[in-house]
Design a protein around this ligand. Structure first.
Ligand code: ZN
Length: 150
């Protein structure tokens, strides 16, 4: 297991140091911001849809390694999905993080599994889920005020 843990940590550090899909998106369909006061993580998610398809997804913000890596991995996983697929993935990821077996819907998480170790550190769960809450808000049409994990 420790080899796997090492591999997971390497992927997280890689996405932290070189975040994918980082920066604003133009044109944009909706965007949403998230803030995790516990850690100070801030993330803004930019979403572009073409009908039901998620054509573009980027983020920007400042945060710890976990929040940045999670946002980066999320943009890679969700780009190109249909809206319902993205919502299913979102539910599955949040279920993994909160350990809620009931919420798991069998959607394979693929590379997102690297974040599974985070659930052993309750304080860090909010770091890992921040960008996903912002994505949910963006999928619902964006928000006037920032999503807070509190
Ligand atoms: Zn954090």
């Amino acid at each position: 297991m420790s080899d796997l843990r090492d591999l997971y940590q390497q992927v997280i550090l890689d996405h932290y140091r070189a975040p994918r899909n980082f920066g604003p998106l133009e044109p944009v369909s909706s965007c949403a911001e998230g803030y995790n006061p516990l850690c100070g993580d801030k993330v803004k998610v930019y979403l572009r849809t073409d009908g039901e398809r998620i054509e573009g997804l980027t983020f920007e913000g400042v945060g710890c390694a976990i929040s940045t890596a999670s946002a980066s991995l999320m943009t890679e996983a969700v780009r190109g999905l249909e809206r319902f697929e993205a919502e299913a993935l979102l539910a599955s990821f949040l279920a993994l993080m909160t350990g809620d077996g009931e919420g798991a819907n069998g959607v394979p998480l693929g590379k997102l599994e690297v974040l599974s170790g985070v659930k052993d550190y309750p304080v860090r769960i909010k770091c890992a889920t921040l960008a996903w809450h912002a994505l949910r808000a963006a999928l619902q049409g964006g928000d006037a005020e920032a999503v807070s994990t509190e």
